[in-house]
Design a protein around this ligand. Structure first.
Ligand SMILES: *Cc1c(COP(=O)(O)O)cnc(C)c1O
Length: 378
């Protein structure tokens, strides 16, 4: 049978097993040990984030954010509709009402200029998603937030090592959340991280992280006994996970370079189709860098996308789409105020993601581009 090209294949640097072995030998397997510290320091040093806490997922990091912001029933939280359910669930769990915003015409990220119209006296936070690792226009977002006194959370799940006007994403909002799920650029199976940029929230974030106890302060010798001081949960991953993640972080540069190379090759390979207006290629605004998290193309409509997925599949290539607009979901449709979100629906119908992973070879990539070109000849 002919060789299959999967949509994703998590990359292993080769050091993961060694670091996990070190963690095992240390006989300290619970969270917040040596490897956890190493990972958190890596982000704090490299990107100058104020405080980083590893979590078991980005979803968990966003749940911590919702607790930290003291989201209450009746509060409103603004976020794009075109995103993963994990952007919304943590705020729903605390009783918030989600006010969904549309995407930009030129990019699936939130339409920054539409945010202000959605603000009411009940608005507590704006959650932006840096879709495909491409920055939202954060000057606009922060300006609106500051003028109305609302919090900003960056869902930076896809945005590792990406920048807005030279500033690292995840370091601009009051809080931010990253993901190391196996589909992201840097992985540990399941994992994430909360970034606390607002200094006033740093101490409490650690308590929420450690099940509502001041255990971390106790181990630093800052208090002479530890106990239950606040709400919290078990958000920290084990040292085995952190050891795996550290091996990946050490290789971040190489991973990013390879992904960028693949991304550029897609652009070149599909440029002709874009010039002939058969497809649209991703748009990167001048204020944003490109961390090559994702390569997507935009088709004319859902039928054309389904046909192309079928054509690729019959050539042993797996391409996928994602995000059914959350305001149209069975869970939220009734609760949504009925505003049309035209661009969100358009990306739901027309966006197609192509395979992009470290070990995707040049011949494989040529085959994918050629197969897409072939589709449009017929
Ligand atoms: C992957 C992803 C998440 C969830 O990350 P987990 O680590 O799997 O919880 C949240 N938001 C966005 C935009 C994502 O892409």
């Amino acid at each position: 049978m002919e060789h299959k090209i999967p949509f994703n294949q998590p990359f292993l640097t080769g050091k993961e097993a060694q670091y996990i072995q070190e963690a095992l030998q240390s006989r300290k397997l619970a969270g917040n040990g040596t490897f956890t510290q190493k990972c958190q320091n890596y982000f704090q040093d490299r990107y100058h984030f104020h405080k980083c806490l590893l979590t078991t997922s980005c979803t968990d990091a966003l749940e911590m954010a919702a607790i930290l912001l003291e989201i209450q029933p009746g509060d409103e939280v603004i976020m794009p509709s075109y995103t993963f359910v994990s952007t919304a669930n943590p705020f729903i769990l605390r009783g918030a009402k989600i006010v969904f915003a549309d995407s930009r015409a030129d990019h699936p990220g939130i339409d920054e200029k539409g945010i202000e119209d959605l603000i009411t006296t009940k608005t507590k936070a704006i959650v932006v998603v840096h879709y495909a690792g491409v920055a939202c226009d954060m000057d606009i977002v922060m300006d609106i937030a500051n003028r109305h006194g609302v919090w900003v959370v960056e869902d930076a799940a896809q945005a590792i090592d990406a920048y807005y006007k030279g500033k690292p994403l995840g370091g601009i909002g009051h809080l931010a959340a990253f993901s190391f799920h196996e589909t992201k650029n840097i992985v540990c199976g399941e994992g994430g991280m909360l970034v606390v940029n607002d200094k006033k929230m740093a101490k409490r974030s650690e308590i929420i992280w450690e099940k509502g106890t001041n255990r971390s302060a106790f181990f630093r010798g800052e208090v002479d006994k530890y106990g239950w001081v606040d709400v919290g949960s078990s958000f920290l991953p084990s040292e085995i996970i952190a050891a795996f993640l550290y091996a990946q972080l050490e290789d971040l540069e190489r991973i990013q370079q390879k992904r960028a190379q693949i991304w550029k090759a897609y652009c070149q390979g599909l440029q002709d189709l874009a010039s002939r207006e058969k497809i649209r290629l991703p748009f990167i605004p001048a204020f944003a860098s490109n961390n090559a998290h994702m390569f997507y193309i935009l088709l004319k409509n859902q039928e054309e996308r389904s046909a192309l997925i079928g054509h690729l599949k019959s050539n042993n290539i797996q391409a996928v789409f994602h995000y059914l607009s959350l305001h149209e979901s069975p869970f939220y449709k009734e609760k949504h105020a009925g505003r049309n979100l035209v661009y969100s629906d358009q990306y739901t119908d027309c966006l197609l993601r192509l395979p992009l992973f470290f070990e995707l070879t040049e011949p494989e990539q040529h085959k994918i581009s050629a197969t897409i070109q072939h589709f449009f000849i017929h």
